[in-house]
Design a protein around this ligand. Sequence first.
Ligand code: SF4
Length: 486
Amino acid sequence: MVERYWIETLGCPKNQVDSDKLAGTLVSEGMEHARSPGEADLVVVNTCAFIEEARQESIDTVLGLAGVKRAGSQLVVTGCMAERYRSELADALPEVDLVAPFGVSLTGTVPACRPASGEAPVDGGRRTPVSIGSKLRRSTETAPSFDLLNLPRPPASGSWAYLKVAEGCDRNCGFCAIPSFRGSQRSRTTGSILDELEQLTRSDSPLGEVVLVAQDLASYGLDHSPVPGNGRSAGRTAGRSRPIVDVMAAVAERVKWIRLLYLYPSSLDDGLVEAVLATGVPYFDLSLQHVSRPLLKRMRRWGEGERFLERIRRIRSLEPAAAFRSSFIVGYPGETEADHDLLLEWIADAELDWVGFFPFSSEAGTYAAGLGDEVADGLVAERIEECSELQDSITRRRREELIGCPVTVLVDALGTGRTYREAPEIDGVVTLSHEGSTTVIAPGTFVDAVVTGAEGPDLVARVIATRTDRPSLRDERDRRMSGAVR
Ligand code: SF4
C-alpha cells in the first residue's frame, strides 16, 4: 500500500519553499500527499523559531497533530526549531518520533540533490531507500545528508511561487538569532535558480508570479564576490550592479511578474530601484525595524527615519504608483516614549501601504538579550495598538483611493486575485466580479479590471478583459488617462 505524508508549515515563505522541496522528495520516494493528518503515515511539522510566539505556535501545532495522527504513524519535527533546539525538543516532546535538523532525512532515505549546470553535486545522488516506520527513531544523533537549497522542486500548484535564492545571513542585527542557526549567507548560482524555476513551471496551470526570497535578498551573490573587504558593498565598489539584479533579469524573461521580499534598507541603491521598477512590479518590501537612530544603533542596524523617507520619496518621484511594505519591532530594549512618538510620526508621514508591527522577543544568545532596559509587556502592547490603529487607517485610505482605477489582476483562484500592490499571503486580495458573464477565469490568468470597492485591506474589482501579454503599469495609466473606466 502506498504510504502517505502530511506536512504542516509554520513561519515565513522561506520555510514554505523548504516544505515544497521536502514534499517533492517524499513523492519521489513513492509517497502520496494525505488528505488529512489523520490518514498520513508520516506527519511532518516544519517549525519556526524566529520569536517566542512562533516557537509556541510550533509546539502547539506539534501537540495538536500528535493528538489527531493515527496510531502507528510517525511524527517528525524539522525546520528552525529542530535545528536550534534539537536535544531540548527531543527531551521535551516524547510524542515526537524524530527531530530532524536541516538536511537530515525525514525517512532515512538520502534524496538526490539536483545540482545546476556547473555546480558540484551536493551528495553525489546517493540513495538508500528504507521503509517508513522501520528506521525512524526518536533520536537527535543524525547527520545532514543533503542540502535543502538544492533539492529538486515539484511543479508549482498555483498561480505564483516563492523561489529561495540564498540561505543564511552575514549581518549581525542585535535582536536576531537567525544567523546562529541558518549560518552565513550561501547564495545559489543563477543556473540552479533557473533550473528550479524550470521545475516550477512544469505545471498544468501557468505560473504568473515568482516571489524571490532570502534572509537578506539584496545581498544575494555578494558572498561569491571576488572583491575583498566588505562583501555586502562589493558590487557597488566594483561599479557593477548587485548580483540580484542579474537574477531578476533572468527570471523576468521567464515569468510575467517578479517580486522581491525582505530588502535591507542600505541595499536599496539606485541600480536596485531601477531594476525593480523595470520589472513592472513596483513593490518594495523594506525591512526597516525602527526609525529612531539611537535605537537602530542599539539594534546594530543601518539608517534612521529621515534617510528612509528620502529613499521612499525618491522612489515615488520615479514611480508614483509604487507600493511599500515594511515591518517594525516595538519595545526593543531601551525604546523610549520619544522613540515611539518618532515612529508614530514617521508612519503618518511615510503613508506606506502595508506595515507589520511585532513585539520585541528576547532571543537567547543575541546581543539584545543582554542589553537590559526592557520595556514592560503592557506598554509594548499599548504601543503596538497605537501603531496598528494609525497604520490601519492609512492602509484603508490608500485602498479607497484606488476605487475607480484600472488595475491588472493576477487570478490566484476562482474569483480572487491580486494586483502588483499585494504580495501573496501577506497583503490584501482582490475579489473579482464578472457582470453579465459566466466565463470562468483560470488561475494564472492576468485580467484587466476596474476597482469598484474597498473592504479594509481588500479590493473588489470588475473584470473587463483577460490579457495574454505581459502586463505593464503604462497600460493601467493609459486606461486611466483615457477615462475609459470611470
Ligand atoms: S538581516 Fe538582520 S534581521 Fe534579517 S536575518 Fe539577517 S541578522 Fe536577522
